[in-house]
Design a protein around this ligand. Sequence first.
Ligand SMILES: [Zn+2]
Length: 53
Amino acid sequence: MKKYCDKCQKEYKPELKKCPDCGGKLKVKYTEEELCKIQKQNDDFTVINTLLM
Ligand SMILES: [Zn+2]
């Protein structure tokens, strides 16, 4: 999992809450491999809803 800033179009460490460059909110970015694991592990829609928000 990585964090991503829309403004700077850069990826950051998942520990960061804000973008160190612009101070904006970071989006959570999952790799395709991680998305597959999450979808297999969760039968309910809780995680998918979280991803779409
Ligand atoms: Zn930024």
